[in-house]
Design a protein around this ligand. Structure first.
Ligand code: BGC
Ligand code: MG
Length: 522
């Protein structure tokens, strides 16, 4: 649904273990997040997405939950979280929790019951295939040799993440339920109960993990999952009409256009990073906002962006992320000018921008050993760098930190705050502009004026009834001159990075530059 809040909103993703440690145990916690509310407020964000912070053995960074109703003691208590909801709300910030209900942890009491030989209330709460065929058979990944009962259970991700049973779109075997059978419907109700519990404590919505994979055997149309969420979100919104649901689906026309989500992620593909490259640095170089920027990347990114934009128009939103807890940090292989140019696009294109904690100061991806099931994602989950001092201001502990911080290198809030043109100040400026300017609303006109097919240079206009702005982005390191004829038509205020304007011509000596020029219309 269209929402005034989402038209202008900017979201900030926090990995709670690594944001701020208030009690000196080397691990981030909810009280630490409460202490940092003034920071979040001054950054100007409107919403927060918290990665899971529920009771968990942390074999997949908390995406393996053992109790949906309780904050894990490493972070504090439910009361702390409630206080966080209340205090953020006072600042106009809404908090989304991570809803991970496609699977539980093997330590969840529902699963401990389900795996028993004796029949009980939870026997069919998970997907059990009879027998012990090998892993990875045609019906999904199944684990044998674990349970007391003579069956194997289907997993969604790691071995310790058994899939909850929401049924199969077209059941083909006796052990498969249809989505409206008794056991799947009971799980559906359990999911709704969990959502309502947290909404009643003050959460504002959810980012939904693996949302297109609740009902199985549903590709490529995902029709059964669409039906599932239309029912679930519909029932929740009857009581909480303003709640926000963000899906991890990666196909906005399906998740938003045809289902009930408010926002779906568009990973940004060839725009910010190209998957499947040999090295991490390569994937960040070979994309539109990378050192090896080319028109092919732009063309692909633009096609995708437009397809999604039209697919969700009037119904909801797409969100591009510059990075998250599953990807390498955006700083990898990028200069500060490159990052600022990318942010210029990120905050002025018609979508709901998400920002991953630490990217506002360009924290690096660290090549470190896995922790809590992060594997190669661990390097993007290191403690927030607040200062250049001890533990980078994350914790007072003299002992070990959850994960190492980088050596002091200017990539911290203290080093960049109040430094004109720093990445931090640039991002902050964009976040505030996104709120202040009507022409940056998602529903404001978006017209590409130069570089429609090549993106080189890329010049576009955003326009509302009240104001308009022109955005020039030059992601490639090269000398460039671009005539900006619109500058003749009135007084524009401008925000530029690494760009000189002479006689209405934008000039950059070394590329990786941007300009945003805006003026009132009425
Ligand atoms: C989350 C991952 C997690 C996986 C399994 C993903 O989409 O973002 O961090 O490992 O789901 O829950
Ligand atoms: Mg702590």
């Amino acid at each position: 649904m269209k929402s005034e809040f989402l038209e202008k909103a900017v979201f900030y993703e926090i990995y709670p273990t690594s944001f701020f440690d208030s009690n000196g145990d080397g691990v981030g916690d909810v009280r630490g997040m409460i202490e940092k509310i003034p920071y979040l407020k001054s950054l100007g964000i409107d919403g927060i997405w918290l990665n899971p912070l529920f009771v968990s053995p942390f074999k997949d960074g908390g995406y393996d939950i053992a109790d949906y109703y309780r904050v894990d003691p490493r972070f504090g208590t439910n009361d702390d979280l409630k206080e966080f909801f209340e205090k953020t709300k006072e600042c106009g910030i809404r908090v989304l929790l991570d809803l991970v209900m496609g699977h539980t942890s093997v330590e969840h009491p529902w699963f401990l019951e389900s795996q028993k030989a004796e029949k009980n209330e939870y026997t069919d709460a998970f997907i059990w295939q009879h027998g012990s065929e090998p892993l990875n058979n045609k019906n999904g990944k199944c684990i044998s040799g674990w349970a007391e009962r003579p069956d194997m259970f289907m997993i969604n991700f790691y071995v310790w993440q058994p899939a909850l049973n929401y049924g199969f779109r077209k059941p083909k075997a006796k052990w498969q339920n249809a989505p409206h059978d008794d056991a799947p419907m009971k799980n559906r109700q359990r999911l709704i109960d969990v959502c309502k519990f947290w909404l009643s404590l003050g959460a504002s919505g959810f980012r939904v993990d693996m949302a297109n994979f609740m009902v199985k055997n549903d590709t490529p149309s995902h029709r059964a999952n669409q039906e599932f969420w239309i029912d679930v979100i519909g029932r929740i919104k009857r009581e909480y009409p303003d709640s926000v649901f963000v899906s991890e689906w990666f196909y906005p026309p399906q998740a938003v256009g045809k289902s009930a989500f408010d926002i779906d992620f568009n990973y940004g593909g060839p725009l910010y990073k190209v998957w499947g490259q040999k090295t991490i640095a390569d994937s960040h170089k070979k994309c539109f906002f990378g050192e090896e920027s080319s028109s092919a990347y732009y063309f692909a990114a633009n096609q995708m962006f437009r397809l999604f934009h039209h697919g969700v128009k009037g119904k909801g939103y797409q969100a591009i992320t510059v990075g998250n807890h599953d990807t390498e940090r955006m700083a990898e292989g990028r200069s500060f000018d490159g990052m600022k140019t990318m942010m210029a696009y990120h905050f002025t294109a018609p979508h709901v921008p998400f920002l991953y904690y630490g990217d506002e100061v360009g924290m690096n991806y660290q090549f470190i050993k896995t922790k809590d099931g992060g594997y190669n994602r661990t390097g993007s989950r290191t403690p927030m760098q607040w200062t250049e001092g001890k533990n980078r201001g994350f914790s007072e502990t003299d002992g070990a930190l959850y994960l190492p911080v980088e050596d002091a290198n200017g990539r911290s809030v203290a080093a960049q705050e109040n430094v004109p043109d720093s990445l931090y100040e640039t991002v902050k400026r964009f976040i505030h502009l996104k709120k202040e300017l009507d022409c940056l609303r998602v529903d404001a006109q978006f017209t590409v004026l130069k570089g429609r097919f090549t993106g080189r240079p890329l010049l576009y206009r955003r326009r509302s009834e009240r104001d308009e702005c022109y955005v020039l982005v030059l992601p490639k390191k090269s000398k460039k001159k671009v005539r900006l004829s619109f500058l003749k038509n009135g007084a524009f205020e401008s925000l530029t990075g690494n760009l000189k304007i002479e006689n209405n011509i934008a000039i950059t000596e070394n590329g990786e530059a941007f300009g945003v020029f805006w003026k009132k219309r009425t």
